[in-house]
Write a protein that binds this ligand. Structure first.
Ligand code: GUN
Length: 294
């Protein structure tokens, strides 16, 4: 069994980006600038956003964190987005999800300038992604493609089962893997909470990408020998034996599934760090595109 080491792979990618940034700076060009808007104090969101900002510092990007209180109105958030859209300093930005309930998430995502939408969540970027046109790919699916490519995992003609139909992971993943591309050309089945006889489908899979948000859902008896497993889930489970009082678990029951898998991502250290690396890659791309125009 081979561990698909997202921590190591993301480090490689960050080093590659850092070299590009150093070259930009040596040529008198501006470093890429990523901004992130965080509304509220959700623990997981705060952790993710600070990891993104820290990663910017590591590779020589400029970063800005816009930290707004939970009671921020939709109007105020839209104003902040407009400022970033207009800024000549910021190349790309994200609005960390989920947003507080009183804010219309779709309205917010549609307010982001398509050319600065480094999360790839704007409907124009989603449409361009589905049509295989140049766009910002959403960071988690992009990270999974990159991991499959860098570990030379054959996907052409393989049975890929994507578990979960979220707009951020499952849906785009199923589209991307069916496309004619490296880490694509697969026969894709997307399963979800209404799928009947799930086990008979997962047992046929050569590659399973699990993004359902239910800890340790996929068990060893649901997969075949030699399967490749990509685990997108990350949940805190109470664990009295840990100093922190919890342990991190994925959507895959690592213990039973890893016995049968040829390749598997660990949690943590699998998909998570890849998401951050690809966000940085998108920001570099945004900077390169902007420097053509300015
Ligand atoms: N919340 C969970 N994943 C993501 C992500 O990739 N981007 C943003 N903006 N919010 C998220």
């Amino acid at each position: 069994m081979i561990l698909l080491d997202g921590k190591k792979t993301s480090k490689d990618i960050k080093e590659e980006i850092a070299i590009e940034v150093a070259k930009m700076k040596a040529n008198g060009k501006k470093a890429p600038h990523l901004a992130a808007i965080l509304v509220g104090t959700d623990g997981a969101s705060m952790t993710y956003v600070s990891a993104k900002v820290k990663a910017c510092e590591q590779i020589g990007f400029v970063s800005t964190l816009i930290d707004l209180p939970v009671e921020t109105t939709e109007e105020k958030l839209l104003q902040e987005i407009e400022k970033l859209n207009k800024s000549t300093e910021v190349d790309g930005f994200i609005v960390q999800l989920p947003l507080p309930k009183h804010i219309d998430e779709q309205k917010v995502l549609e307010a982001v300038d398509v050319d600065k939408d480094v999360d790839g969540f704007h409907p124009t970027n989603v449409g361009r992604m589905a049509l295989d046109l140049p766009c910002f790919l959403p960071a988690t699916p992009y990270g999974i493609l990159e991991l499959l490519e860098r570990y030379n995992i054959e996907t052409s003609g393989k049975n890929v089962v994507v578990m979960g139909r979220s707009h951020i992971v499952g849906r785009p993943m199923s589209i991307l893997m069916s496309q004619k591309r490296k880490a694509g050309d697969a026969t894709v089945t997307l399963v979800h909470s209404r799928t009947k006889d799930l086990k008979s489908i997962t047992q046929q899979a050569d590659i399973i990408i699990v993004a359902i948000g239910i800890s340790e859902f996929l068990k060893g008896d649901m997969v075949k020998e030699g399967v490749v497993i990509i685990d997108v889930g990350i949940t805190r489970l109470p664990d009295a034996t840990k100093k922190s009082g919890f342990r991190l678990a994925g959507d895959v029951d690592f213990k039973s599934v890893s016995k049968k898998a040829s390749h598997i991502t660990p949690v943590p250290g699998g998909v998570g760090p890849m998401t951050i690396a690809m966000l940085l890659k998108n920001t570099l791309l945004a900077r390169e595109r902007h420097s053509v125009n300015s």
